[in-house]
Design a protein around this ligand. Structure first.
Ligand code: PRT
Ligand code: MG
Length: 210
C-alpha cells in the first residue's frame, strides 16, 4: 500500500513595518497564525510561524510591490496608496482587509486656488501628477520623503498630496483639505505565478483570515 506524504509549499507573506504591521498582527493571531518571534520587537526580517509553510517577511511599505512583482514573496499586505503609486503588473488583489484606513488628499493653506504650474509637494509623485492632469492642470511636483505637511507651511509648495487619517496633522499645521483623490485601506495581494502554483496554500490562508 502506498503512503501519501503531503508536501506543502512554503508561502511567504510580506507585511510592511509601521501601522499596517500593528493591525495585521491582530488579524494573524485571530487566524491562528502565530509568529515565532514578536514582529513588533524582534529585529528579524524573516519570521517563521506556527504553520511550517507560512513565513512572514517584514518589508518597508514602499518596497512591498518590488518583492511581490519579482515573486520573491508570494503574498503581501499593502496600502492602496502604495499600489497606485507604483502600479505593479504582476499581482492579483485577493482581499480588502479594511485596515490602516485613511485617504489620499490634496491639502494646502486656506483660501488658496489651484493654478497652472503650481508647486505640489508629495511622497506620491505619480499619483499627484496623474490627478492634476485629469483635472486639466499642469503642476511641478516636488518629491519629499516625510513631514510633507511642512512644505506649504513654509511656502516650499502651494499644495501637498498626502495621507490624512484623523485630520489632526493638517489641522494643527493650519492646513485645509481641498480634494479627496482616493480612499485608502490595505489589501492582500498575490504574485500571479505564486497564486497559480500555490493556490491551495494561499486559499487556505485566505480562509483563515476571513
Ligand atoms: O512613515 P514611515 O516612512 O516610517 O513609514 P511608511 O510611511 O512606509 O509606513 P506607515 O506605517 O507610515 O504607512 C504605511 C501605510 O499606512 C500607508 O501606505 C497607508 O496606506 C497607511 N496609513 C493609514 C497611513 C496613515 N493611516 C497615516 N495617518 N499612512 C500615513 N499616515 C500619516 C500621514 O502621512 C500623515 O503625516 O499620518 C499623518 C496623518 O495622520 P492624521 O491622523 O493626523 O490625519
Ligand atoms: Mg508614514
Amino acid at each position: 500500500k502506498k503512503t501519501h506524504v503531503k508536501c506543502y509549499q512554503m508561502i511567504r507573506l510580506a507585511i510592511s513595518k509601521g501601522r499596517i504591521l500593528e493591525e495585521v498582527v491582530d488579524i494573524l493571531n485571530r487566524a491562528d497564525v502565530v509568529c515565532k518571534f514578536d514582529p513588533l520587537k524582534s529585529r528579524k526580517l524573516i519570521i517563521p510561524t506556527n504553520h511550517k509553510n507560512i513565513e512572514i517577511v517584514l518589508i518597508k511599505a514602499t518596497d512591498v510591490p518590488v518583492y511581490i512583482d519579482s515573486g520573491k514573496v508570494d503574498i503581501g499586505i499593502v496600502g492602496i496608496d502604495t499600489l497606485l503609486e507604483n502600479d505593479i503588473e504582476n499581482h492579483f488583489r485577493l482581499m480588502d482587509l479594511n485596515i490602516a484606513k485613511c485617504r489620499l488628499v490634496v491639502a494646502g493653506k486656506s483660501n488658496k486656488k489651484y493654478y497652472n504650474n503650481m508647486k505640489v509637494a508629495t511622497k506620491y509623485p505619480n499619483i499627484a501628477k496623474k490627478y492634476f492632469e485629469q483635472i486639466g492642470l499642469q503642476c511641478s511636483i516636488l518629491k519629499l520623503y516625510g513631514s510633507i505637511e511642512l512644505a506649504p507651511v513654509l511656502n516650499l509648495s502651494d499644495f501637498i498630496v498626502d495621507i490624512v487619517d484623523s485630520g489632526k496633522t493638517i489641522k494643527e499645521n493650519g492646513l485645509k483639505e481641498y480634494d479627496i483623490i482616493s480612499d485608502v485601506s490595505s489589501l492582500l495581494i498575490s504574485n500571479k505565478v505564486s497564486y497559480k502554483l500555490k493556490r491551495e496554500e494561499i486559499e487556505s490562508f485566505l480562509k483563515r483570515v476571513r
